[in-house]
Ligand binder design. Structure first.
Ligand code: COS
Length: 382
């Protein structure tokens, strides 16, 4: 159920204040140290950020999708590495349980995920299965009361801190497609799980991705999420939701960069006047504003449709595609407006430029979003 408007505004106000007062001042330090301080993570727990999307009866804030994207617009106004700390608990790590878990699974896991005591992580991608997620090769073979899991998952966010993985694995090796895949809750302390070193990457320092290797890892059969053979659908529905969330973060980052660009254009003088007075600068600001506004409207519309119970695979992909491409253009214009200062590290703009590149890749590349959009269009026309 939606919050009353006053409570909602209070929540968004306190997230905005937290971002402004606690996170923005340490963006540079986090990037340099490649680490979000434990004290900040503790503050995130206190604010309830790990449980934004977890139902109230399990200790979360139980936000609607619309409320969640409003929070993401604020969280986006700082380094996206901070959002990543809570991202898997709010989104892809937990939502399989929220949507498909049975009562026992929900009771066992959701309260601890909501509080941030347990970090939830999502294991779909493999070395040979990225965009073609249905071709994944990790096997989970039934043996009495267990499934024996073998395989490697790749680029898994928050894996080193995870207390549980939402794992997609092939339970029917005879079916090489989507129908052979099942989803599981896998406690990270089971024997047979190794987490690899953090990958070195282009941006979002402070957020970490790893390989997760399963070797004869025995997962109790009652930890299957949903029915056998339905794991791909679990993953896709989790991603439908995740894509709206990521699109909202892109809007937040774009709004931050636009605000910074406006401030800089009003300070910086060249040719005897503020650069904001040049129409070529104004055109860049106007393009960024228009695109960010369009993305904001798309995200809100997709979120409201999801809250109304409508299928939103297509809208989620439209929003993710547009918002992630949009924030890339906005970041590029921000560097251009800052000029040489945009290229050096002191101003932080080049950091955002690198940070936003991943939005066009994870939770489905732009090309995958186009496939999903076109598939849905063609299906509904038949
Ligand atoms: N909700 C529910 N079911 C869905 C669904 C959705 N959003 N999308 C697909 N399905 C179902 C389909 O209905 C189909 O079921 P049936 O066989 O019963 O009809 C099944 O899943 C397979 O769907 P499809 O044929 O569309 O699968 P494809 O192998 O063609 O894959 C894409 C489709 C490319 C869209 C999918 O693999 C994908 O999203 N890839 C990107 C993965 C990704 O985002 N990775 C990032 C990892 S998280 S950082």
């Amino acid at each position: 159920m939606a919050l009353d408007p006053e409570t909602r505004d209070q929540l968004i106000g306190s997230v905005a204040r937290f971002v402004r007062e606690e996170l923005v001042p340490i963006e540079d330090e986090v990037a340099r140290n490649d680490r979000v301080p434990d004290a900040v993570i503790a503050q995130m727990r206190e604010l309830g950020l790990f449980g934004l999307s977890i139902p109230v009866e399990y200790g979360g804030l139980g936000l609607t999708m619309e409320e969640e994207v409003l929070v993401c617009f604020e969280l986006g106004k700082t380094s996206p590495a901070f959002r990543s700390v809570i991202g898997t608990n709010v989104g892809i790590g937990s939502q399989g349980i929220v949507m498909f878990g049975n009562a026992q699974q929900k009771d066992e896991w959701l309260p601890r995920i909501a509080s941030g005591e347990v970090v939830a992580s999502f294991c779909l991608t493999e070395p040979g299965a990225g965009s073609d997620a249905a071709s994944l090769k990790t096997l989970a073979i039934r043996d009495g009361g267990h499934y024996v899991v073998n395989g490697t998952k790749r680029y898994i966010t928050n894996a080193a801190r995870a207390g549980m993985f939402t794992l997609m694995a092939r339970t029917n090796p005879g079916n090489k497609g989507a129908g052979g895949i099942s989803a599981f809750i896998v406690p990270s302390n089971l024997p047979g799980i190794t987490v690899g070193r953090p990958e070195r990457k282009m941006g979002q320092q402070g957020a970490h991705i790893h390989d997760v290797i399963f070797e004869d890892c025995c997962v109790p059969a009652d930890l299957m999420l949903g029915r056998e053979g339905e794991g791909f659908k679990v993953a896709m529905q989790v991603l439908d939701r995740g894509r709206i969330h990521i699109a909202a973060v892109c809007v937040g980052v774009a709004e931050r960069l636009i605000a910074d660009s406006v401030r800089y254009a009003l300070e910086r003088e060249q040719f005897g006047q503020k650069i904001a007075e040049f129409q070529l600068i104004q055109a860049m600001l106007a393009d960024s504003k228009t695109e960010a506004y369009a993305a904001r409207c798309m995200v809100l519309d997709a979120a409201r449709k999801r809250d109304a119970g409508e299928p939103v695979a297509m809208e989620a992909s439209c929003a993710k595609l547009y918002a992630s491409e949009m924030v890339g253009r906005v970041a590029d214009r921000a560097v251009q407006i800052y000029g040489g200062s945009g290229y050096v590290t002191d101003y932080g703009v080049e950091r955002f430029y690198r940070d936003v590149r991943i939005f066009r890749l994870y939770e489905g590349t732009s090309e995958v979003q186009k496939l999903v959009i076109a598939k849905n269009m063609l299906r509904s026309a038949q």
